[in-house]
Design a binder for this molecule. Structure first.
Ligand code: PAF
Length: 307
């Protein structure tokens, strides 16, 4: 650790395994025992969970920074969750960079990494499902119908295993965040679900582990997505209110740059119901393929003066 490295408020004991300087556990039982010991030793200790699939970038580190602001102990889970990939998707090739992830997290003052194995998360005979029916009905589910069922079950398991006071999720996955918040509320989960703002690269592209799949030419094309959303945002700020026209214009701009729009919609930020007329705060939600890579993005629309 360098002198500038933030120290975790509470450090894992020396007998916990280290990877690249970062304390790490793999078994749910070991995780539970550690957390129980910490809580027993320090009543009132606040624990934050940051669930990830690894391949960490600055966006994830911003989630950790947010977690450190609201808790004494930050647990980052790293688990490439098979349940949220369909058989034809990129589970096998999804970037797995645990050592580099741990190096980055150690420098971020994270207390513990929890990297469970698939057999512990999904033991033989596993058959339980969780469905957040209405919020998961459209958008990402149109092309990935299995996705939110897989996300909901793994997030619920992680929430149960860590029993954190707070869990931090990125707003880049806006639909996912709404679903996780709804699930925690519907199931009376004590963990508070907190969203942290999407982080963009200097060129405007939303940070995502899947950006690693883009070559330079495709990445240049992909900038059409944040540009189209920024333009749409500016149009609404200037008084445009007709969703259909705005969505059509943004979609055309993205398609002419070589993107294939999976969905692009203007919706209520919480219910995710599509809005025809933008007469209140709204969210633009988009998923676009550039080559084989599917990128997500979203921006807030402030309705400003009613019209
Ligand atoms: O957003 C992600 O990285 C994943 O969907 C999550 C929440 C870690 C569940 O696997």
């Amino acid at each position: 650790m360098s002198a500038a490295t933030p120290k975790p408020v509470l450090e894992a004991p020396p007998d916990v395994a280290r990877l690249e300087g970062q304390a790490i556990v793999h078994e749910p039982g070991a995780l539970r025992a550690l957390l129980q010991g910490w809580r027993r030793g320090r009543p009132g200790l606040r624990v934050a969970l940051v669930p990830t699939m690894g391949a960490l970038h600055r966006g994830h580190l911003a989630l950790c920074a947010r977690a450190r602001e609201v808790a004494d102990v930050v647990v980052v889970s790293v688990f490439v969750n098979p349940a949220q990939f369909a058989p034809h998707e990129d589970l096998a090739s999804y970037p797995r960079t645990l050592a580099a992830d741990c190096r980055a997290l150690a420098a971020e003052g994270v207390t513990l990494v929890y990297a469970p194995n698939a057999v512990d998360m999904y033991p033989e005979g596993f058959q339980t499902t969780v469905a957040v029916t209405q919020l998961a009905a459209g958008y990402c589910s149109l092309s990935r119908p299995h996705f939110f069922g897989g996300v909901a079950i793994v997030v619920l398991k992680l929430l149960n295993q860590v029993m954190a006071d707070v869990a931090v999720f990125g707003e880049k996955d806006w639909q996912q965040l709404q679903i996780v918040q709804r699930m925690a509320r519907d199931l009376d989960h004590p963990t508070e679900i907190v969203g942290a703002p999407l982080v963009r690269d200097d060129d405007g592209l939303a940070l995502s582990s899947r950006n690693a799949y883009l070559d330079a030419a495709t990445r240049a094309q992909a900038l059409a997505l944040p540009r189209a959303l920024a333009r749409l945002q500016a149009q609404v700020a200037a008084g445009a209110r007709d969703s259909e026209a705005l969505v059509a214009e943004a979609s055309t701009a993205i398609q002419s740059a070589g993107g294939q729009v999976d969905y692009l919609a203007i919706a209520d930020p919480t219910s995710l119901q599509p809005l025809r007329h933008i007469d209140r705060p709204a969210r633009v939600l988009a998923a676009v393929y550039f080559g084989k890579t599917r990128l997500l993005d979203n921006v807030a629309l402030a309705s400003g003066a009613a019209s």
